[in-house]
Design a protein around this ligand. Structure first.
Ligand code: T5A
Length: 209
């Protein structure tokens, strides 16, 4: 028996975590065995790497090569220790960010050669590609508005400026274009409306009969 692997992608504050948890609750209410996880992180080692990646200041000296390798190290551990075993045992795995984040944040925004990004992703993924990717799309202005409302301290990447997040948003739109794995929704809608759209699409793709 093989499970289903769904990832959630988009710019900061687009509602990934909100929608992931709503979908997980709906699936559990329908008797499904669901694992909720995230990147960077998801394992003990991955969470330690997450802290290294997100703490600090955007002006700290942080090599972009070290940065991408840390994201990929977290991913390799995550795939081997958690995601693949869960899929193989028939579970539904919902993951907040995955390899598309590296394509867009490190590839597009940090301008690392796309061939290198692809090579490193393939090495970390070991063939573990999501079945569906949910992408709530919001404007950068809305992203900044939501982050400001949260009123907490910004992590190292959230401290980047507007032009960085415009590149991220454009990168996601480009990735999603003509890619059947992606399901893009208007993230500016009410959370319940977005959830209903995701639920309907999920049912169409995976619960046909
Ligand atoms: N990263 C990650 C890389 O650079 N490379 C990589 O390979 C990977 C894997 C991770 C950072 O690491 C980078 C990307 C990131 O910068 P993170 O914590 O996973 O950081 O990511 P964030 O996107 O920063 O997480 P957020 O929690 O900020 O955003 P979410 O999950 O998209 O949004 P959510 O659901 O928490 O909602 C944010 C706020 O908006 C409200 C919520 O109540 C909340 O206050 N909200 C809505 N408001 C109005 N309408 C709606 N429909 C709403 N939905 C949610």
């Amino acid at each position: 028996m093989s499970g289903i692997f769904v990832t959630f992608e988009g710019i900061e504050g687009c509602g990934k975590s909100t929608q992931l948890n709503m979908l997980a609750n709906w699936l559990r209410a329908n008797g499904k065995d669901v694992i909720v996880t995230r990147e960077p992180g998801g394992t003990d080692l991955g969470e330690k790497i997450r802290n290294l990646l997100l703490e600090g200041n955007k002006n700290d000296i942080f090599s972009i090569r070290a940065e991408i390798l840390l994201f990929e190290a977290s991913r390799a551990q995550h795939v081997d220790e958690k995601i693949l075993p869960a899929i193989k045992s028939g579970k539904f795995v919902l993951c907040d960010r995955f390899f598309d984040s590296t394509v867009v944040y490190q590839g597009v925004a940090r301008a690392i050669d796309p061939h290198i990004v692809q090579f490193l992703n393939e090495f970390a993924l070991s063939g573990c590609v999501p079945t569906m990717t949910v992408f709530p799309n919001i404007s950068v202005a809305e992203s900044f508005r939501r982050i400001a409302l949260e009123n907490g301290s910004r992590d190292r990447i959230e401290q980047e400026d507007e032009s960085f997040f415009e590149k991220i948003r454009d990168g996601y739109l480009e990735l999603a274009k003509g890619n059947a794995r992606f399901f893009m929704v208007d993230g500016a809608d009410n959370a319940e409306i977005i959830h209903e759209k995701i639920r309907n699409e999920f049912a169409k793709r995976f619960f046909k009969n």
